[in-house]
Design a protein around this ligand. Structure first.
Ligand code: HEC
Ligand code: HEC
Length: 300
């Protein structure tokens, strides 16, 4: 906050408090009525004889008002509230968050430390580890991969055995720890414009065993070499690049002609965010075990 706004807020807050005190004092002066005189009315009358008297506030009520003002003053001294003044306690939202994270880390750290010596395949058979992983999945992965891990458009299904980057323990751990960046460049210019894309769509559908127009698919074969660099001569993909296998029935973006044409013409950029900074080493390994199990590679 700039110096001006800080000052503005301090001045406004203090002025408000002073005004509140003044208002209370000004309206609460009891006039000490002389003998025989009655309290004036405000002049308001309802239902013929119901009059409003101009009595001061009851004492206890008045003191409650003063108490709230005293509370405000003490609060503003202890906690941040007056512009840039941090309060004498030095409390802050981020400070509180950091302390809570520290406490949680030391508590959960102990829990996850017991898994440090277990292999990923052993973790996948450990009930305590898998129960914890289930919670982590709900918090950290489900938003993208779906609550059951079945994926969504652009987010891979983790329950099948089709992999962009490989389904070994090491490959899964690497995907989770370091994240992944799948990139396919726009190919429209490399394969002869719109007509080339239309033909290539038919070729991709033929690779995937989908209904297709054979002459168009045949015509695209000549340009397949540029795709093969990443997807392989036979279209089975390349886990080193995250280039998907186009011959199975697992699709990241879908099988419609429009979607395939879009991918080929414009390319794709996709990202799995690295989890190591969020989860740390032990939890990343526990999650690798969880994914291994999700994909059906662990028998009970
Ligand atoms: C912000 C979305 C997002 C979050 C959160 C996320 N992922 Fe991913 N994940 C992706 C995307 C997108 C990909 C595919 C990356 C690509 O296409 O290059 C992916 C890829 C993967 C892969 C590689 C799959 C393959 O076929 O090789 C694994 C394993 C994985 N995620 C596990 C997890 C786990 C476990 C978590 C939670 C700890 C998680 N992801 C959290 C978006 C996310
Ligand atoms: C530089 C490497 C590279 C080249 C060249 C390349 N691709 Fe890709 N392709 C990828 C990657 C990586 C992905 C996955 C993108 C992602 O993770 O979202 C992909 C995704 C796709 C998909 C989506 C698959 C799905 O599951 O939805 C199709 C279809 C596809 N490519 C077809 C082609 C065709 C056809 C060509 C040639 C004209 C081609 N690609 C050239 C790397 C490449």
């Amino acid at each position: 906050m700039s110096g001006f706004w800080s000052f503005f807020i301090i001045a406004l807050t203090v002025l408000n408090l002073v005004a509140a005190v003044w208002l209370l004092m000004a309206t609460s002066k009891s006039k000490g009525l002389p003998q025989g005189e009655t309290v004036e009315t405000t002049g308001h009358t309802w239902d013929g004889d119901l009059q409003e008297f101009n009595n001061p506030l009851p004492r206890w009520w008045l003191w409650l008002f003063y108490l709230t003002i005293v509370f405000a003053v003490i609060y503003l001294i202890l906690y941040p509230g007056l512009g840039n003044f941090a309060g004498v306690l030095g409390w802050s939202q981020t400070g509180q968050y950091d302390t809570e994270v520290e406490i949680a880390d030391s508590r959960y750290g102990e829990f996850f430390a017991q898994f440090a010596d277990l292999e990923i395949s052993e973790l996948a058979r450990n009930d305590a580890a898998m129960t914890a992983a289930d919670n982590i999945f709900g918090n950290n992965c489900a938003a993208c991969h779906g609550s059951a891990g079945r994926g969504a458009v652009g987010f891979p299904n983790l329950t099948d055995n089709a992999w962009l980057y490989g389904g070994s323990e090491d490959a899964i751990l690497l995907s989770i720890r370091n994240g992944r960046m799948g990139a396919m460049p726009p190919m429209i210019d490399a394969i002869g414009g719109d007509a080339g894309v239309a033909n290539m769509v038919e070729h991709v559908r033929s690779l995937g065993g989908l209904e297709h127009r054979p002459e168009m698919a045949e015509a695209a074969k000549a340009s397949w070499a540029v795709c093969a660099a990443c997807h392989g001569m036979d279209g089975k993909g390349n886990t080193a690049l995250g280039a998907p296998n186009l011959t199975d029935d697992s699709w990241l973006y879908g099988t419609s002609r429009d979607v395939i044409a879009y991918t080929i013409a414009n390319g794709r950029n996709n990202q799995m965010p690295a989890q190591l900074p969020l989860l740390g080493e032990e939890r990343s390994r526990v999650m690798a075990a969880y994914v291994l199990k999700l994909s059906g590679q662990v028998d009970d």
